[in-house]
Write a protein that binds this ligand. Structure first.
Ligand code: G3H
Length: 249
């Protein structure tokens, strides 16, 4: 079965009630036909209102979740609470969480495990820094990040996981990876999944690309065999996100 093209919009810590309403109205007006899976991730404060306001087929994701379901963890939100809010997805392991908030490989794996056990679907982010790419360890870094997750979950969990490959050097920099650079890593990850998990999981799992994706570069990237969609940051706040959401694979 072909993999359904997936377009995520990660608003990060951007937006207001008014600007987010404009984005949601734009998506609703676009009347997307559901040929691509489209998921938007507003800041936590706006999750419930966006989940209520946005029309199918667009769904909503939280940008993070904690490793516990409740308790004295000021400032955190739990997978149970995300589910209770009517939000089916969560982004975990984003490079900004890893670098700015010290989410280690094992913390990300624990978060993925609990989110999956709670019944959420996960956009699991991995990616190398520029320094790591220049050292020639791109493959090792991405496989290490993915291995932590693979070791924490059963094979059956992969049906609820989308892998977002986001080279850190391409995030918010305007330096998009070339189609060849992205395809090379995606193919490498799919091969790794086939060996580490199973050929069926490797074939079915969406591996999406993130890092300076725009309406201009998305059609070219989408042509690559192993690029199954995008995780869009900056451009998800702009009207062009509707065009990216309509990208033909
Ligand atoms: O989660 C999204 C990525 O960090 C990409 O962000 O499109 O602004 O480069 P960007």
């Amino acid at each position: 079965m072909p993999r359904k093209f997936f377009v995520g919009g990660n608003f990060k810590m951007n937006g207001s009630q008014a600007s987010i309403k404009t984005i949601v109205d734009g998506l609703n007006d676009a009347k997307l036909d559901g040929s691509n899976e489209v998921v938007i991730a507003p800041p936590a404060l706006y999750l419930i209102s966006v989940a209520k306001a946005v029309n199918a087929p667009v769904e909503v994701a939280a940008q993070n979740a904690y490793i516990k379901q409740s308790g004295a963890f000021t400032g955190e939100i739990s997978p149970e609470q995300i589910k209770d809010a009517g939000v089916p997805w969560v982004i975990l392991g984003h490079s900004e969480r890893r670098s700015l908030f010290h989410d280690s490989d094992s913390a990300v794996a624990e978060k993925v495990k609990l989110a999956i056990e709670t019944g959420l679907k996960v956009i699991a982010c991995i990616g190398e820094t520029l320094e790591e790419r220049e050292k020639g360890i791109t493959s090792q870094v991405n496989q290490r990040q993915l291995e932590a997750i693979a070791a924490a979950i059963p094979e059956s969990a992969w049906k609820d996981i989308v892998i977002a490959y986001e080279p850190v050097w391409a995030i918010g920099t305007g330096k998009v990876a070339t189609v060849e650079q992205a395809q090379e890593v995606h193919a490498d990850l799919r091969k790794w999944l086939a060996g580490r998990v199973s050929p069926a999981v490797a074939e079915a799992t969406r591996i999406i690309y993130g890092g300076s994706v725009t309406a201009k570069n998305s059609p070219e990237l989408a042509k690559a065999e192993d690029i199954d969609g995008f995780l869009v940051g900056g451009a998800s706040l702009k009207p062009e996100f509707v065009d990216i959401a309509r990208t033909k694979a």
